[in-house]
Design a protein around this ligand. Sequence first.
Ligand code: FES
Length: 75
Amino acid sequence: YVTYRAIKPKLICNPSIKKDEAKVATMVNIEDLGDKTVYCRCWRSSTFPLCDGSHGTHNKETGDNVGPLVVKKKA
Ligand code: FES
């Protein structure tokens, strides 16, 4: 069988976002959230920390299966 590491080895998860900083952390005030906010977890979004759908291309190119974190209020 083939493990995910054998499919496409990656040394880092963040290829381009704020690479001049030692650590990328995001602070969000819960009061500022709308009814639904979608956060990127693939580190490929041009609107990071928000998801722009780039995870789809990343998954197709690499065989990965990452997706966003969806924060929403109860209906
Ligand atoms: Fe990164 Fe959607 S663009 S999770």
